[in-house]
Design a protein around this ligand. Structure first.
Ligand code: ZN
Length: 341
């Protein structure tokens, strides 16, 4: 009951990559970089285990960025001639690569770190991949000529990698779809269908993570423009409730999402964000327990999982792990309260 997990990414050691950056430069090269990524993966798992996290991740120690870590292993993408594109409905401008020909996986994308993680932890293992809609919102196209067609092509590649991750022993595969909170109509039109293509044939648990973004300035400014109540989830939860995705991971603490919207996900596991990744103030266990208690008004305890609002990659290492300790301490308080009830 009330299993704990994280949204995926964790800070990287300073010997591996620049600290506190969303797009950090690697500090190792070639075979040293490959070995360093695996060492950092073990470190991230050990620190999550010590914090008492039930379902651990590889901390995304092997990728520079949550979307581009996947794209780098695909043929058909031109990374050399980047073009400027407004992404997330022009919330930020980014220099993005372009799809130039038929997309094909070059081979395994995350095999090395998934197998290494699996070999060294007995806990459940969650593994994250970018979702199809978020990918097509982060890349230019001069081949498919149609966003939905391109999303389905990426979904096919995600499915190939997801099946291989399941064979590696991964227990939960999570697709990150922050774009779902931006293009709500498209979620109903084709976003869920693209996710279904990505999870085809999987028997492990599947999750879609839909947040309001990392704690960077562009996102904080955007959030302050969204008004007193954030009701984006209200438009997409009904389509997710009838989907074949098992879990929906959402932002809760310090957000202006009305908690009762969680009741629209009846029948699904709900992974609530009980830790804020946009500030360095470590939550108290009581604060975490209060978020859980509020969520329990709308989600049955058998369906509630406790996690973080988003990934922690750009945070300070000491702060991130102190927050994971608060997450498990607060969840322990909530479990005790339920047992006493
Ligand atoms: Zn997120």
């Amino acid at each position: 009951m009330l299993m704990t997990t994280t949204s995926g990414s964790l800070p990287k050691p300073t010997w591996l990559a620049e600290p506190q950056k969303l797009w950090p430069a690697w500090r190792l090269r070639g075979s040293e970089l490959a070995a360093g990524k695996l060492d950092a993966t073990l470190l991230a798992i050990k620190l999550q285990e010590d914090a008492g996290i039930d379902t651990v991740t590889d901390g995304e120690q092997s990728r520079q960025h949550f979307v581009h870590g996947f794209l780098e292993n695909i043929d058909g993408i031109d990374f050399d001639n980047r073009v400027e594109m407004g992404i997330r409905d022009n919330r930020y401008k980014a220099m993005v690569p372009t799809v130039k020909s038929e997309l094909r996986l070059k081979g395994r994308v995350h095999g090395a770190e998934a197998q290494h993680a699996r070999a060294h932890t007995k806990r459940k293992l969650r593994f994250t991949l970018p979702g199809p809609m978020t990918i097509v919102d982060t890349i230019a196209d001069s081949f498919y000529g149609d966003r939905i067609k391109m999303a389905m092509a990426f979904a096919g590649l995600l499915n190939e990698e997801a099946r291989a991750l399941e064979a590696d022993g991964v227990d939960v595969i999570q697709f990150d779809e922050p774009a779902f909170n931006v293009y709500m109509d498209a979620v109903k039109d084709w976003g869920v269908e693209a996710l279904h293509r990505a999870i085809e044939g999987l028997s492990c648990t599947t999750t879609v993570h839909i947040c309001y973004g990392y704690g960077i300035k562009a996102n904080i400014d955007w959030k302050s423009s969204l008004g007193g109540e954030w009701r984006q989830y209200e438009q997409i939860f009904p389509a997710l409730a009838t989907s074949r995705i098992d879990q929906v991971s959402v932002e809760c603490i310090n957000s202006r999402v009305p908690t009762q919207l969680l009741s629209l996900l009846a029948g699904k596991d709900v992974v609530i964000g009980a830790i804020d990744v946009a500030n360095d103030t470590v939550e108290t266990p009581e604060q975490v327990a209060a978020v859980i208690a509020e969520a329990l008004r709308f989600v049955p305890k058998e369906h509630l999982v406790v996690g973080t609002n988003c990934g922690m990659a750009p945070m300070r290492t000491d702060v991130a792990y102190a927050k994971l300790n608060a997450l498990t301490a607060g969840t322990a308080l909530a479990r005790a309260a339920i047992a006493a009830y």
